[in-house]
Design a protein around this ligand. Structure first.
Ligand code: ADP
Ligand code: ZN
Length: 619
């Protein structure tokens, strides 16, 4: 590198740091941000893989401010654009969004601003960007970069495929000299390849961050009475917190939301069957108010940027680890302790298998889907660290096999030799003709003379009543684990009848030992959770480093400002910033400006009011 070039770099670095401090109010970069910002600000293309909450936005917002011209951000959802633009305007950045929610006159005004060089960042919906009118306008404007957010939407194999994203290959062709940065939180290799091919990034560097979300605690419980279990989980750890509850069907969404409301929890339903107005109103309340729980089908969530979601609960099994990781990843974007909690049972596996078998996809598609489901069931039945297993699935191997912040690390399950129980169950399935589901097999093993048992003469079989050493719940666990180990197969074409597999014989012959997770039943002892520290659980999570009274006063102030200005509370100040203030109790504007999240504009707008709140709390 020549001396002149290195001076140029020094200058760029200094400007980057100053903008980071003054505009975004942040003291330093995180992870790969610095490298990415330097690369893009210097005119390079790249692909950025970073988990949710990793800080992707800064990777294009900052270079857009450092370069001449306006940065164009392609973003799939209007709600997401709206929040991002509100946040940028708060920080004094000249930002706008072009999407279908605008009137002709509003759109026209934004276009004129762009051409006059009066915008730093412009968010555009993909289908709009690809119109001849928009392309020709962009060709006349001075552009600093293109950022393609949620870039995995170009992947046909992915779960968020959006046909309009495929057309984005036009950007590379029409604007070869404008740097392109594609960003996604979806990690798998196939998706990555599709992104680079379709967006013309095959030669560009790829910045890959660890996908670990250390602040999320993963817990997977045995499903018994899911609504009651969910209510207990919320009452125990998340009273008054924002959360998302995922269910598979619309009916279950409605029922669950009603059950939570009855228990005094502010819960709202969200699914594609609701009128668009209700859906939007419920989503808005979830985003803008504190402590709303949204109960939803997977139709909800894409583009929800709410940073303070404290838990994501699954009442039904998702269809893959990718989907599970993406959905649970919506918890704790702000880095504060959060929970990913799931209740799952055998019926979930049967239901998902049926959905795959009944889908209209090709055989290859069904095979891939079944494999993905198996991997997820494996995670659910795993007795080892959930995080290690999740990251391993995404190709990240770690030397530390105990994360200390998942259910299995906090309460290691006991494992025991279950070969005899497995043999009893498999023989029972075999002797009853491989035509029955879990309940009937358990009835036979426990020697219950039900109508069905009598009708088929199963009380005459040698397996009748040989399973008294385990109770019903334990037998269900044995069945689930056998399914997850591949020794038993629920046949969805035969209403979930449990059939033997190729490996069942080796178990029956005693050639394969089956280790089973011991069913302890009841709740795990609470004393084990490390309360108070980063991974702490329970109500202690609410405690901030600072004074709770001050925190409450700050929250009330924030809520009133947000209402007045018509923006979500977190657009005014993030929880992490409020924590910082409550802990430091700054006495002057100078002290206040040292807190992460307080940039020049926030200091100017809110500084005096914040000091007044702090002062009032001091008395
Ligand atoms: P992503 O788009 O990757 O999900 P965001 O860009 O929304 O993540 O950032 C997530 C959170 O991290 C935001 O609250 C943001 O203010 C914060 N953040 C981003 N970069 C930094 C940084 N360098 N230092 C501190 N906080 C940061
Ligand atoms: Zn763990």
């Amino acid at each position: 590198m020549t001396l002149a070039a290195s001076r140029l770099d020094d200058d760029l670095d200094a400007r980057a740091l100053s903008t980071l401090n003054h505009v975004f109010g942040l003291p330093g970069f995180r992870g790969h941000q610095e490298q990415i910002v330097r690369h893009v600000a210097g005119g390079g293309d790249c692909l950025v893989l970073m988990p949710t909450g990793g800080g992707k936005s800064l990777c294009y917002q900052l270079p857009a401010l450092l370069r001449d011209g306006c940065g164009i951000v392609v973003s799939p959802l209007i709600a997401l654009m709206r929040d991002q633009v509100a946040g940028l305007l708060e920080a004094g950045v000249r930002a706008a969004a072009l999407n279908s929610s605008l009137s002709y006159a509003e759109a026209d005004a934004i276009e004129r601003q762009l051409l006059a060089g009066e915008l730093d960042l412009l968010y555009v919906a993909p289908e709009r960007l690809l119109t001849p009118r928009c392309l020709s306008m962009l060709a006349r404007a001075k552009l600093s970069l293109f950022a393609i957010d949620e870039a995995h939407c170009v992947s046909q194999w992915g779960h968020d495929f959006r046909p309009e994203y495929v057309g984005l290959s036009a950007i590379a062709e029409k604007f070869p000299n404008v740097p392109r940065i594609a960003l996604t939180a979806t990690a798998d290799a196939l998706t990555r390849r599709e992104i680079t091919e379709r967006l013309g990034l095959t030669e560009a560097p790829c910045f890959v961050s660890s996908f670990d979300r250390p602040n999320i605690r993963y817990t997977i419980v045995d499903k018994q009475n899911a609504p009651a279990q969910l209510k207990a989980f919320i009452a125990d750890k998340h009273t008054g917190h924002s959360g998302v509850v995922y269910c598979l069907s619309r009916a279950k969404v409605e029922d669950t939301a009603a059950a939570l409301c009855k228990a005094g929890i502010t819960a709202l339903p969200y699914h594609a069957g609701l009128p668009a107005g209700t859906r939007a109103a419920n989503q808005d309340r979830f985003i803008n108010e504190d402590g709303v729980v949204i109960v939803a089908t997977i139709a909800f969530g894409m583009g929800i940027d709410k940073p303070d979601v404290r838990f994501v609960a699954h009442l039904d099994l998702p269809k893959s680890i990718e989907a599970y990781y993406q959905e649970t990843g919506r918890a704790g974007r702000d880095g504060k302790p959060s929970d990913a909690w799931m209740a799952y049972g055998l019926s979930d596996i049967v239901q998902q298998r049926r959905m795959i078998d009944e889908s209209t996809g090709s055989e290859a598609f069904k095979r891939v889907s079944a494999g993905k489901l198996d991997a997820l069931v494996g995670l659910c039945e795993s007795t080892g660290c959930r995080r290690t297993r999740l990251l391993g699935y995404f190709g990240e191997t770690s030397t530390d096999l105990q994360c200390g912040n998942c259910d299995n690390c906090l309460n290691p399950p006991k494992v025991q030799d279950g070969t005899v129980a497995a043999q009893k169950l498999l023989s029972c399935a075999y002797r009853t003709g491989q035509r029955f589901g879990a309940q009937h097999l358990i009835d036979v093993l426990l020697g219950r003379l039900t109508e069905r048992v009598g009708q088929f003469g199963h009380d005459k079989l040698s397996v009748f009543g040989i399973g008294g050493e385990l109770n019903e719940k334990q037998w269900r666990a044995v069945i689930r684990q056998l399914v997850s180990l591949g020794h038993l197969h629920p046949d969805s074409e035969a209403f979930g009848a449990l059939k033997l597999t190729e490996t069942s014989r080796t178990v029956l012959k005693g050639e394969t030992q089956v280790m089973l997770r011991e069913q302890t039943g009841g709740r795990p002892p609470r004393a084990r959770s490390r309360r108070g520290d980063l991974v702490g659980g329970g109500a202690a999570r609410d405690a901030t480093a600072g004074d709770p009274e001050l925190f409450a006063a700050l929250k009330a102030w924030r809520a009133s400002v947000a209402r007045e200005r018509g923006v979500p509370a977190y657009v005014v100040l993030h929880d992490a910033t409020m924590d910082g203030i409550a802990a430091a109790r700054p006495r002057s504007l100078d002290e206040l400006r040292g807190i992460a999240g307080i940039g020049d504009k926030k200091l100017e707008h809110y500084g005096a009011a914040l000091l007044a709140v702090i002062d009032a709390a001091r008395r």
